[in-house]
Design a protein around this ligand. Structure first.
Ligand code: NCD
Ligand code: ZN
Length: 345
């Protein structure tokens, strides 16, 4: 197969940032994707409906003229979130979901939830009104090994939450482990997971063996190869509970390449080429559309895009810029480590 036409894909987990960075990266996503779930971890975070309205307008203003892209806004859950404000924002269509960050789990998550019991009244409201919850599923206890934080979160937080609120629609975001895959498969309803492009391609050796590679450092951190394999099998299977959330998370090079560098991989620009490569290698190109374009909207209860996107396989490698320029410093694009032949037409 050398040409593949699929419904226009969506990105169910994306960081667009703000200001000059937003202007630099928004066009990179809008080129290939119809919609994206926009992460609310700005400084300060997007907590209220008013915050989300203002941020949505800044995103729309940053898009290239004529761009066919709809940001799907989220609120950043805090223990002080007003359930009435949240419900009104969901009812009006302003927000598509709410994001739970355990406090301190990742970049700009200081105002996240310290004790989920303190947010239970808000989560109950969400279950009642059908507002989906996107979860960064890692515990933050310093005595839990960073490679175990996802598995421990499933056992100690996610599973009890699902038992307590079975009607709450949950997206376990950017899963990185076989434990995450198995847990999602064990659920009969109201649980799905996003998988990033980079977690389908790198394991922890890529970050640490033969020199430290800060551009591969993100959270949740990539795990052992057996976990990457489980993610690839889930993503390429066509199973409707798994779909694309790139977690494309731009940081400028100086912020990545420092003594305590930021977590995040920027993959918006070449994600579709990378995914086509992965799915082709697995002999599963026919399931790329389900993963990137169909399963996400179906789970969220939204229509699939009517437009299409065509990928063509070139005889020689496709080139991408190594870096995206911002008004200050560049952002390095994810390097899959192999040549890419699939090009978005
Ligand atoms: C994200 C960021 O930079 O905002 N970083 C990351 O490594 N994925 C935050 C997040 O989604 O965890
Ligand atoms: Zn993220």
């Amino acid at each position: 197969m050398t040409t593949l036409t699929i419904r226009r894909p969506d990105d169910w987990h994306l960081h667009l940032r703000d200001g000059d960075m937003l202007k630099a990266v928004a066009p990179e996503t809008a080129r290939d994707f119809g919609r994206a779930i926009i992460m609310p971890n700005l400084v300060p975070p997007v907590v209220t409906a008013a915050d989300a309205t203002a941020y949505r307008d800044r995103i729309l203003a940053a898009l290239p003229e004529g761009a066919d892209f709809k940001p799907l806004m989220t609120l950043y859950l805090t223990e002080g979130t007003d359930p009435a404000d949240l419900a009104a924002a969901h009812e009006s269509g302003l927000i598509t979901a709410v994001k739970l960050y355990p406090a301190g789990a990742t970049t700009n998550s200081d105002s996240g939830v310290k004790d989920i019991n303190n947010a239970m009244h808000i989560l109950e409201k969400m279950a009642e009104i059908g507002c989906p919850l996107c979860i960064h599923g890692e515990v933050t206890d310093s005595h839990i090994d960073i490679f175990d934080r996802e598995a421990v979160f499933i056992d100690t937080i996610l599973d009890p939450l699902r038992k307590r609120l079975p009607d709450l629609k949950i997206i376990s975001e950017h899963i990185t482990t076989k434990n995450g895959v198995d847990y999602v498969k064990s659920a009969d309803k109201n649980l799905a997971a996003t998988i990033t492009t980079h977690h389908l391609i790198i394991n922890r050796n890529h970050i640490l063996a033969g020199g430290i590679r800060p551009h591969y450092y993100c959270l949740p951190v990539a795990k052992r190869e057996e976990h990457r394999r489980a993610l690839v099998d889930a993503a390429t299977s066509g199973d409707a509970r798994f779909f694309l959330g790139t977690d494309s998370a731009p940081h400028t090079d100086p912020n990545k390449l420092m003594e305590c560098g930021c977590a995040g991989v920027f993959s918006a620009t070449n994600t579709m080429s990378c995914l086509a490569h992965v799915f082709e290698t697995e002999g599963k190109l026919e399931n790329l559309e389900a993963f990137a374009s169909l399963n996400g909207p179906t789970y969220y209860g939204l229509p699939v895009n009517t437009e299409t996107l065509t990928l063509t396989k070139q005889g020689t490698p496709v080139t991408f810029p190594a870096k995206i320029e911002t008004s200050t410093d560049p952002v390095t694009l994810f390097d899959p480590g192999f040549p890419l032949y699939w090009q978005v037409a």
